[in-house]
Design a protein around this ligand. Structure first.
Ligand code: FAQ
Length: 328
């Protein structure tokens, strides 16, 4: 076991002792030199397993992440916001496509990944297990969840596995538009009527803990960070990403006259580090292990989509299928 499936369990055996030492040394030297590892290259089994785990979870997060915002497409205020919301949700699903393809290069089929998701075997981001009650919740996701995702992904796009890095480059470009869209929608509410401001403040209060959780457990509790940083899969630790997010976005939130539900939150002038109240890590564990407010609902939607799409996949794979182009 390499630690997958049971949160915060220490890695008991990595299997690295079974690898050819000369090949392992050359692999690590290539990573040290900043070379990209490609699918056909030799890699230790643990590197392959870790990448599948991480990219697969990332892909699942994108399609599940489309759900809370997806419910706001028809209810977004005004036609322009509806169009933009629809485009954003479509982008997120496209990101999942890119990421499933990247994970497939490592030998796990898309069908197996989807099966593991809908059976609750694979994880996906904690944050999408919370409900988007109001339009303000949706704007907070578009601005701050995308912001958090960009912090993580810009760093990891410079990592060691070629297909994942190339997917992340493309994803980050699109996420930057989402960030601007989300910021615009948040500013609109923040500078609107007292009711709009109140709605936004309440949404921010609801999302703060899940956002703090989003970057993963503190480094001292993280199971996978050490090996992933060594092999340049993770180019920043969980705490480093969290700090960078706080540094970039807390001042912007405060500038809008909004508050954050943590009286301890401040930047230590001497260390330059943000200090905060530790979010409830027991809640985090419950949510990522299937017991959050919306886990059952999210997986039920994906399961239904799988079932309803089965006939399409079957038809496409049928040897008798004929493809007629619209202009033929
Ligand atoms: N949620 O040892 P670590 C997005 C699990 S994309 C759920 O620290 P690691 C776009 C972890 O899997 C968002 N589970 O793990 C969008 C492990 O469990 P396991 C997703 C989490 O891998 C925006 C255990 O805890 N981004 O938002 C979380 O070194 C808006 C121990 O943790 C990515 O996936 C969590 N937050 O670091 C879409 C980026 N954190 O597998 C729609 C790629 C930890 O042993 C709308 N992934 N766990 O059973 C990563 O960078 C890393 O995997 C981390 C976790 C940083 C998420």
């Amino acid at each position: 076991m390499y630690g997958g499936g049971n949160t915060f369990e220490p890695i008991k055996a990595t299997g690295l002792e079974m690898e050819d030492p000369a090949k392992l040394a050359e692999f690590e030297a290539r990573i040290e030199r900043g070379e990209k590892i490609e699918p056909q290259d030799w890699m230790p089994n643990l590197y392959r397993k870790q990448l599948i785990r991480m990219i697969e979870q990332h892909a699942h997060s994108e399609i599940i992440g489309a759900l809370p915002e997806g419910t706001w497409i028809t209810r977004a205020p005004g036609f322009r916001r509806k169009l933009a919301q629809m485009a954003k949700v479509q982008d997120e699903v496209g990101h999942a496509q890119l990421l499933y393809s990247a994970a497939e290069t490592l030998g796990k089929s898309r069908e197996d990944m989807i099966t593991d998701l809908i059976n609750g075997k694979s994880k996906y981001s904690n944050i999408f297990n919370y409900p988007a009650f109001t339009w303000a919740d949706s704007t907070v996701i578009s601005w701050l969840v995308d912001a958090g995702a960009i912090v993580n992904q810009i760093a990891n796009a410079k990592g060691s596995y070629g297909p994942y890095c190339r997917a992340l480059d493309r994803i980050c470009a699109e996420e930057s538009f989402h960030l601007k869209y989300g910021h615009d929608a948040v500013v609109h509410l923040a500078t609107g009527t007292p009711i709009q401001r109140k709605m936004l403040q309440e949404a921010l209060n609801r999302w703060w803990t899940p956002l703090m959780h989003f970057f993963g457990p503190p480094d001292k509790m993280s199971v996978h960070t050490e090996i992933l940083v060594k092999w340049k899969v993770k180019m920043a630790t969980n705490d480093e990403c969290r700090q960078q997010f706080l540094d970039m976005y807390v001042p912007k939130i405060w500038e809008l006259g909004l508050s954050l539900p943590d009286p301890k939150l401040h930047k230590n002038a001497e260390t330059g580090e943000w200090e905060y109240t530790e979010p409830d890590w027991e809640e985090f564990k419950r949510v990522i292990n299937g017991d959050g407010p919306c886990n059952a609902e999210r997986l039920a939607v994906r399961r239904t989509a799988e079932e309803r799409g089965a006939w399409v996949r079957k038809a496409l794979l049928s040897p008798k299928a004929t493809y007629v182009t619209p202009l033929a």
